[in-house]
Structure formats: C-alpha cells, structure tokens
Design a protein around this ligand. Sequence first.
Ligand code: NAD
Length: 363
Amino acid sequence: MGLKIGVIRGDGIGPEIVAEAVKVLDAISGKFGHTFEYEEILMGGASIDVHGIPLTDEAIARAKAQDAVLMGSIGGDAKTSPWYKLPPEKRPEAGLLGIRKALALFANLRPAKLYPELAKASPLRDDIIADGFDMMIMRELTGGLYFGKRYTEVVDGLTQAVDTLIYNENEIRRIAIRAFDIAAKRNKKVCSVDKANVLDSSRLWRKIVDEVAADHPDIECSHMLVDNAAMQLVKDPGQFDVVLTENMFGDILSDEASMITGSLGMLPSASLNETKFGLYEPSGGSAPDIAGKGIANPIATILSAAMMLQFSFDLDEEAKAIENAVEQVLKDGYRTIDIVPRDGSDFVQVGTKEMGDRIVERI
Ligand code: NAD
C-alpha cells in the first residue's frame, strides 16, 4: 500500500518524538511491504520562525493533500519564548486550532488504557483497577458550547454573560456513526454521555444516538448522565469501552480518563473528519522544560502512529504490531524518565532514541 503521510514535527520535544514514530513507521513498512511517503509541514512556533505566522495557507493545502497527518506537539515556554509576545492569533496554539478547523476534524479520540506494568502510577486503588481498563473517549470537537454565540451584556444594570450550546442532528449523527463503527472493532459497547435530565441539546443527542444504535444491533448502547459518568470513571473504569460525548463533557471526561491511567505521557490521540483523514498527535504538550535533552518519552507519538494505521488506513494488523511492541518493551523493563517506577522495582532507564530502537526491535 502506498500512503502519503504529512509530518508536523512541531516545537519543543516534537521533533525528537516524531523522529522515533517515523522510525517505527519505517519498520512497519519494511515488515508489511507498504510504502510511506512523508511530507514535512511547518506549524506552530517552527512556522512562526520561518513565515511569521503559525499556520500558512500552503501548510493547510499540503496537509489536505496527504492521507493523514502525524504531529508532534507545538508551543513553547510562555514565559520565555518570543512567540508569546505576539498577539494570541499569531501564537503557536492558533495554528493548532486553525488546522483542526481547516481540516474539519469533528471527532476527537483519546484512548485511556491501563498498562499493567505502569499500574502503580494510577491514582486509583488497586482493587478498582485489578482487572485493568481500556476505553476510548470520543469527543465531538467542532460544535456545542465552545462554538456557540457568546456575549456579555448589561441587563437592568447587571452585567451578565451568555454562552449558547447548539447541536444539530447531523452533527450528532456523524459522530455517533463513527462511535459505533469504532466500537465494532473493539468490545462492542458504546456509552453515550449527556445531561438529558436538564438540557434540550442532550435530549436531542440521546434521541439521535438511539436512532444510530438501532442500525447497529450487535453493539450494546447505554446512556449515562455526565455527573454519574465522572463518578463511574473513578469507581469502575473497567465498565467502559467507547464513551461518546459532546464537546465540553468530552473535554473534561477525557482529561479525567487520562489521569486515572497514571501515564499521561503514554497516551495518543486522533482527530478525524468525515473521510478517513485524521490528525494524530500525543495527548501531552511540547514539554519545553526537557526539549533537546533526548529524554522525552516517544511512546504517545508512536501509539498515535498506530492509531493512524488503524483509523485512516485500516491497517489493523500493523497497528497491533506497534501496540504489542510497546507492551513488550514495557514488560522488558525499559522506561523513559517520566515512567520510571517509584516503588523500587527493577527497570532500565532509556532516552528517547533508545526507546524508539527497543520498540523497532520488537516489530
Ligand atoms: P506539557 O505536556 O508539555 O508538559 C507537562 C509536563 O509533562 C512537563 O514536566 C513535561 O516535561 C512532561 N512531559 C510532557 N510530555 C512528555 C514526554 N513525552 N516525555 C516526558 N515528559 C513529558 O504541558 P505544558 O508544560 O502545560 O505545555 C507546554 C507547551 O505545550 C505549551 O506551549 C502548551 O501550549 C503546549 N501544548 C501543546 C499541545 C499540542 O500540541 N497539542 C497540547 C498541550 C500543550
């Protein structure tokens, strides 16, 4: 299979961690007989340094011409970097929002999985995570409260602020269909999270999800109120497979879910549009405090590449090969600085490049 992959190396640790993910992709192409062509795309601070803005029209056009885009992370130290002397719309993060919008990425996927070898880092009690957990938080990314009308006004002498939460049925249906498709490849369960006891938008959400569920009788569909979901995530995370929810609820629940894994630096993410196209990136930031030291953990970016193989290219076996290699490396005791065990158990400390090498060896 010949595939075109856009590569945004980004800022801070971005170039270091992306280099390892590309190395792993090359190992996959060698083993499975695919051809991956890489197209470098500038974004964030790296683009500001060259073009004066974080995202150019040319960068967007190049991204659109690819089958998928792999990204490191963007941004710098807000206190010391000259990028943050620029107005907000010219700072590195504006590039990220710009590319998500330009590529119409409406579905954000963040897996939250407990690695048995790293379970001690989870803040949850041993008995709660004894059987592990492996869920996919699916968040609607381009609608809802963050994209509604907002204004501040004075009414009868009192200042008030208004934010509107709007969803139409098409926005709900397209992400619900994606969620059921993804659940079909996992444990065949979708839990849709809303606030249908209060919000009209949530009642429409639930109705449309039920309609989509009716077309997928093989997938178990349940509904949960968001306040209960926040509790259930820490009480019994093993019950979840795909968690489908709207923009703001997903913003909050996906952070909660990543925290309970205890290994935020291990978590990949994907943002998809209506086609197979997606933007794949680690959940963490550009870690300017450790940039250039060769110690950053590349695993989240490597697993983002695995998500790309699975969701954009339907290369499930190849994606699994990467996931298995990562699990094996952890079993064999290799750790970057952010995941060293704190309980005195044995481990081999490695840097960014060596972690990539160890994973490649196991593919
Ligand atoms: P961060 O995730 O970059 O760093 C938080 C802490 O985690 C730091 O101590 C860092 O060293 C550590 N860390 C993060 N990733 C790591 C890795 N792979 N290996 C080892 N340690 C790792 O968050 P922050 O410090 O709040 O943000 C730094 C910059 O990143 C900011 O400019 C922010 O805007 C940007 N950011 C970008 C994205 C993105 O590109 N999607 C996301 C979040 C933050």
